[in-house]
Design a protein around this ligand. Sequence first.
Ligand code: CAO
Length: 475
Amino acid sequence: MAKKKALKAKGKAKAKKVSKPAKRPVLKVVAKKANGIGLPKVSSKPWGKDGKALDGVKILDFTHVQSGPTCTQLLAWFGADVIKVERPGTGDITRGQLQDVPGADSLYFTMLNHNKRSITLDSKSKEGMKVLERLVKTCDVLVENFAPGALDRMGLTWEHIHSLNPRMIVASVKGFGPGPYEDCKVYENVAQCAGGSASTTGFHDGLPLVTGAQIGDSGTGLHLALGIVSALYQRKRTGRGQRVLTAMQDGVLNLCRVKLRDQQRLAHGPLKEYTQFGQGIPFGEATPRAGNDSGGGQPGVILKCKGWETDPNAYIYFITQAPVWEKICDLIGEPGWKTHPDYAKPPARLPRLKEIFERIEQWTMTKTKFEVMNECNAFDIPVGPILSMKELAEEPSLRQTGTVVEVDHPTRGKYLSVGNPIKLSDSITEVERSPLLGEHTDEILTKVLKFTPREIAEIKASGATGQAPKAQAAE
Ligand code: CAO
């Protein structure tokens, strides 16, 4: 125990050194904490009572809309102190977008900005920049997703930030990495199209499609969060901050990795697991849209279930996975297919997939999607019921795990949100409501940045944190 305390104290002392690189790799410290078999000791504190993974990390959150806020929300859920800097008056533009309750922050904003504090600052004013620079000196990470060049235009170049705080990590989301499109502004669907998702989504004879999953925005935010945590880890060794960049095009392409795999396989012949192969439709030069085919090469389709005539989600995703083929045959009442030369082996089934799935569908249409799910899983046959947002919102198990949470908000009342999908056994996430615009301005100026009352009066009188008080403004 005493040893543990000593190590903790050592860690704290290290954290105070601002600019000098740490002399000893932190890995050695970690090794000392390890037990005999090289694994970290289990916390002696009760489950969920040993603080948070990112306790002590301060984030200057200069993000807006979706991609950046997704990233900083995750960091906040892991315990980082996230200070969201917003433009006085309007704040993050999403506060007012898609408003359902007049006068209240939109769900777009509240669902992306939990567990953060908000300070309003006009970064283009002299006093505003003074506060921002103090934030740069105080925080560990600056996260931003402004249009290319906007941070530089504000005066916050990497060189300037690094001179103010060499330990600061500057993390950015941009639409494109360096190259011909680097100056472009980018939104979700632009990224889905430019990253290879749209060209490979949809049916081969239909238009390219964008997907409902926000892989461009939220997907890139996730990538950025991993980059930040890695940079924080590396900083423990080097003592130095670094820049972290995630381009939305790169993030989407990373998620479309299997489609670039197929692009290269095309050079060696048709993609036999694609439905279009079974239909005798020739392949072109690029990975085609594969409808609902499974990316892993197992034939899969969406089949109707009981009630499909009236319920748009009474469907199930069904995969004829080779290892469970015999169990599928028994379940749907075709035991003869287990040994029949036209059906027993995957290559023989490929040209007959349409007929096979039609037969399976005759069976699924006699059951609800939940009955199909239960009956198939009893035999380890993986299937995917098409769950609506309504069903997910009402699913008790998701409420129990905190993946769907109910949050109370002072101006909009209770609403549902998606909680932290990443569960750490020793860093439990408690979802807190998003901040009101500028709700923590005074608290941050006083307690975090330690400005004196006189300095705060000057900052406020200048209008840097919002409309200056009338009497002072007139002076
Ligand atoms: N005080 C004063 N000015 C502020 C400010 C503050 N607190 N916060 C931001 N601003 C200013 C910026 O400095 C910028 O000014 P300049 O254009 O004069 O440099 C201005 O506000 C607008 O910033 P922006 O260009 O980033 O915003 P936009 O609405 O025009 O563009 C977006 C939005 C998302 C297209 C763009 O930010 C972008 O391409 N970001 C990178 C990619 C990205 O994250 N896209 C996903 C967004 S989620 O769908």
